[in-house]
Design a protein around this ligand. Structure first.
Ligand SMILES: Nc1ncnc2c1ncn2[C@@H]1O[C@H](COP(=O)(O)OP(=O)(O)OP(=O)(O)O)[C@@H](O)[C@H]1O
Length: 818
């Protein structure tokens, strides 16, 4: 053990003074950084003022160089103005490297120490000190004051371990707020070494930053983890993006955090390549809201779109939940076949060609509450009223075409019309793109009936006659009207609306869906509003129907486009920038890189939808099969492989659970053993000594089971609110969501009620899981959903049992007993 290691202990004045001195050292460095940044700001301001004259001076090369300079200075200015709490967060002290080569950031590139860097008596001199921060800053001599966390030189900060330390002797995490350094935490990578820095001892402060980060109270938004990324996570974040990076790991292993940091890393590493945008697909709007602050805190916005899977289609927003049986039918490959038939069949009796109005607003999923009475929920959320559904009108398809051409009355009857349409629709081409063919075949049939084709033997005259016939007929009002209602340009919504007619859906889904499924799906499509599964169906239909070419929308002229990065410099333009990013994101239908979070939950239809957005992209796919709420993982895996194509895969597994204390992880492992026998739980990195609490409902005299449950859950939530500083999540079966929110009324905004499927990806300081049996019985994937529910807490977990849970004398429900 190094003689100079001074471990921090409470109330030790010597240690305190060493710590104060070290904080002072880092404060000095941070002051230098800010001073340098201020110089850069002045430079940037000067360049901005000078911008007006820029068009007239210099060669194109000089202009580009100056724009780049403005861009860099602008980024610094922007970030500085944002006052990151921990702009500077790390430091590594390194041994001399194998060679003396420096990288573009001014740091030495060697990973391994030079021979002789460690002397035979186990002493060594620190040869290089690097500070790590959210952006890189060079001093006036181009020496690195701060290395960007994504730069290669910063990798040892994350990768170095005592087993494989490379050149790193000491790794320090610096905690600061605004311009003030508040604390430092050190880890020694070579504890056996007596290292000196500028002739003095190398002090070591604290017990490491990771534990400090994990112990912090949670809020309703996720924090970035730049200061404490672990080696196995860093491997994923920095993995080359040439193909598909596939990451698996149990709950709490940092998959979401890693996915977000990877997006920032990829942009840093090759901004030009990812100008095509990075799409992050998240399972729920709640998880989007929870995570969307992370990228701005890493300095990345604009080029990354985080979208819930129900918000991927322009103009559609999922606000409803489908009952499991309906979801199973809508999400599976079987639905693809039904949609193909429906898209063609809808022409037989088209609904109003424009379809019905867009789904209800934005915001969070409003799950069907009609099931709150505990029914099996097979029908899902239905709009029982006849309001909008009743108001919908189906336009009848005309069954006869009458025109007058060349002075003759021509007429096509229903049977002939059907034949013409069937011929036109033969094959698999997009239905809307076949309209011109349908029109042409109609004219052919009328021409044949007119007998005019036999009048001329001269081909040129015959052709002329035919073209004037076509002209005559197709400009006739009766023909135009007929054609528009006989073969309207279909919208996805019009087809979905046609599918809400059980009889017609039954025809299109014959031998694909069973009659019960047909009835439920048709009824679910009558609702006002969309589910995540409906959104994937709309997207599929868009592809099946095709979009006829239209005149292109003219893109508005934006003078800022001329000046790379100048918008970053413009004070007060933040809003406009975001709007612009939003607009560009909306116009974008394909991305350069697609990151899928919670990939295990995607249905085959959703994989197809996401696949269309990344046909030429590289991918990062992050998930945990043990948490899948989709009933047929094999079918989903097939769809995933189809979306990812033949691109080579690189697989990573994350093995450490940073969220749950061991006491909670141990309990969750029991459900994992039932849900996926044989799979391994990630190992929890810490333990709190607080075991999960088991409570059974107590019926008051005269009160029913429901009141008892409400009272017990409320009491437990209030108890946990007292015990933790941050948030409390109450997880219930989906059909109890609305009543659970009522149980918690008045307890404040630190506590929230969640349906089991909504809990996906989220975390709370403490959770109350209500009736494991109800959650497990909800769907065929219920045990996996329960596993998700049990793994949301960072500190404390209470399990409340109802009668159905068959709790033992200690209140432990049947499902959670050994
Ligand atoms: N290296 C780290 N340093 C600090 N905190 C970390 C680190 N890695 C993960 N965490 C924290 O652990 C928690 C779990 O991370 P995250 O939500 O990314 O896990 P996950 O694998 O996506 O979990 P789940 O599968 O349950 O959704 C988060 O609070 C995250 O900030």
């Amino acid at each position: 053990m190094a003689a100079q290691v001074q471990q921090e202990t409470a109330l030790d004045p010597v240690v305190d003074s060493v710590r104060d001195r070290e904080i002072g050292v880092e404060q000095e460095h941070l002051d230098r950084v800010y001073q340098r940044l201020e110089e850069k700001i002045h430079e940037a301001e000067f360049l901005m003022n000078d911008a007006a004259q820029r068009g007239q001076v210099g060669t194109p090369g000089a202009l580009a160089e100056r724009d780049a300079q403005v861009f860099r200075a602008g980024i610094h200015l922007n970030r500085l103005n944002n006052e990151f709490e921990d702009f500077l967060f790390g430091r590594i002290d390194l041994l001399l490297g194998k060679d003396g080569k420096k990288g573009p950031d001014g740091a030495y590139t060697a990973v391994e120490p030079a021979e002789g860097a460690v002397r035979p008596d186990n002493t060594a001199e620190i040869a290089e000190t690097l500070h790590i921060g959210r952006i890189g800053v060079l001093d006036a001599e181009y020496a690195p004051l701060v290395i960007d966390w994504r730069a290669p030189a910063a990798a040892p900060f994350y990768r170095s371990t005592p087993v494989d330390p490379g050149r790193v002797v000491r790794r320090r995490v610096i905690r600061s707020k605004g311009r003030r350094v508040l604390g430092v935490e050190d880890d020694l990578m070579r504890p056996e070494l007596k290292a000196t820095l500028a002739g003095g001892e190398l002090p070591v402060i604290g017990d490491g930053a990771l534990m400090a980060a994990l112990g912090q109270a949670r809020s309703h938004t996720m924090r970035d983890i730049v200061a404490s990324i672990q080696a196995e996570q860093d491997m994923v974040i920095r993995a080359p993006a040439a193909s598909v990076t596939y990451v698996e790991g149990g709950p709490g292993t940092g998959k979401t955090a890693v996915a977000l940091h990877r997006a920032a890393y990829l942009l840093y590493q090759d901004r030009r390549r990812y100008a095509g945008g990075i799409l992050i697909v998240s399972p729920t709007p709640l998880l989007v809201a929870y995570t969307e602050g992370v990228l701005p805190s890493l300095g990345e916005e604009g080029q990354v779109a985080i979208r819930a899977v129900g918000s991927l289609v322009d103009g559609a927003e999922a606000t409803l939940y489908d009952a499991p049986a309906v979801a199973r039918a809508k999400g599976s490959y079987r639905m693809l076949k039904v949609l193909r038939k429906a898209a063609r069949g809808a022409l037989e009796a088209p609904a109003a060609a424009t379809g019905r109005a867009a789904g209800v607003g934005s915001g969070q999923l409003a799950f069907g509450e009609e099931n709150a009475d505990g029914a099996d929920g097979a029908e899902g959320a239905e709009n029982g009223g006849d309001g909008a559904a009743g108001a919908r009108q189906h336009r009848a398809t005309p069954s006869r075409l009458r025109v007058v051409a060349f002075g003759r009355r021509l007429e096509l009857e229903a049977r002939e019309l059907d034949r013409v349409r069937d011929t036109a629709l033969a094959g698999t081409a997009p239905v809307n793109l076949l309209r011109p063919r349908g029109r042409k075949l109609l004219l052919d049939a009328l021409w044949a009936q007119s007998g005019a084709g036999t009048r001329h033997t001269d081909p040129e005259l015959a052709a002329e006659l035919r073209s004037s016939f076509d002209e005559d007929v197709s400009t006739e009002d009766s023909f135009i009207e007929f054609f528009d209602s006989w073969w309207p340009e279909l919208t996805p919504r019009a087809v979905v609306e046609a599918m809400s007619d059980e009889r017609r859906l039954g025809r299109w889904a014959r031998r694909i869906l069973n009659p019960g499924e047909v009835r439920r799906v048709a009824r679910s499509l009558k609702r006002d509003g969309l589910s995540v599964h409906d959104v994937a169906m709309l997207d599929e239909l868009q592809a099946i129907l095709g979009t006829p070419a239209r005149p292109r929308r003219k893109r508005e002229y934006d003078p800022l486009d001329q000046l790379t990065g100048l918008e970053e410099l413009m004070p007060g333009r933040e809003e406009t920038q975001r709007e612009r990013a939003e607009r560009l994101a909306q116009e974008r239908t394909e991305y350069a890189h697609v990151i899928v979070d919670e990939a295990q939950d995607l249905t085959p239809m959703q994989w197809r939808m996401i696949g269309r957005r990344g046909r030429h992209a590289t991918w990062t796919v992050v998930g945990d099969p043990a948490q899948s709420s989709w009933s047929d993982p094999d079918e989903a895996a097939e769809a995933r492989d189809e979306a990812l194509g033949s691109r080579p895969r690189r697989r990573f597994t994350l093995t450490v659970n940073y969220r749950n204390p061991a006491e909670i992880a141990e309990l969750a492992a029991k459900v994992l053993a039932l849900a996926m026998p044989g799979s391994e739980s990630p190992s929890a990195v810490r333990s709190t000594g607080v075991r999960p609490r088991f409570v059974t409902t107590r019926r008051a005299q005269g009160g029913g089971a429901r009141d008892a449950l409400a009272r017990t859950v409320r009491e437990e939530a209030a108890r946990l609110l007292d015990q933790v500083d941050g948030t409390v999540g109450v997880v219930v079966a989906m059909n109890r969501r609305a009543e659970a929110a009522r149980w918690l009324a008045g307890l404040g905004d630190r506590v929230v009620a969640l349906g089991s499927l909504e809990a996906k990806g989220l975390e709370y300081d403490a959770t109350v899981v209500v009736s494991p049996a109800e959650i497990a019985d909800e769907s065929p994937a219920g045990l996996r959903v329960l596993y998700v529910a049990l793994t949301r807490a960072t500190q404390q977990l209470t399990v409340v049992s109802a009668d159905r849970d068959e709790p033992d004398a200690d209140g432990v429900p049947d499902l959670l007993r050994d």
